[in-house]
Design a protein around this ligand. Structure first.
Ligand code: THU
Length: 141
């Protein structure tokens, strides 16, 4: 079954939430602020920002932080994801975050990129992480 279309107002709300979260990022080492927002299956939006650490590998990406907020709020299904970085470039989730998103997204879940000025390209999870490993491999039907 195809994912329901993302409405303009949902897209605008995701962009606003991700931008607001980005401004809360703790990124004193890279100075690269990232905000992410996830729309869940109940129509709610959960935001996250990157949180770096002096022990560099312990930092957390914005997408992981947004997914934690979604799970905490009681949902395990993402309907859309938006990520906004710093500078003009459109960013997409890093490799590790693509796998984290895989847990809670369908193959056709839209992953939107934005910068601080505008919305950018749109992908699906399957485009960003083809032939992926997921929960169904551990628990085949
Ligand atoms: N970062 C994210 O939060 N999400 C991504 O998808 C790419 C990278 C963060 C990690 C680190 O705090 C900073 O951006 C620079 O890599």
């Amino acid at each position: 079954m195809n994912a329901p279309a993302l409405t303009d107002s949902q897209q605008a709300a995701l962009l606003q939430a991700a931008r607001a979260a980005r401004l809360k990022a703790y990124a004193p080492y890279s100075k690269f602020l990232v905000g992410a927002a996830v729309l869940d299956d109940q129509g709610r939006i959960h935001a996250g920002c990157n949180v770096e650490n002096a022990a560099y590998p312990q930092g957390v990406c914005a997408e992981a932080s947004a997914l934690s907020a979604m799970v905490l709020a009681g949902s395990t299904q993402a309907r859309a994801v938006l990520v906004v970085g710093t500078g003009g470039a459109w960013i997409t989730p890093c490799g590790g975050c693509r796998q984290k998103l895989r847990e809670f997204c369908a193959p056709d879940t839209p992953i939107l990129s934005a910068n601080t000025e505008a919305l950018g390209p749109r992908y699906t999870l399957a485009q960003l992480l083809p032939e992926s490993f997921g929960p169904d491999h551990l628990h085949p039907q």
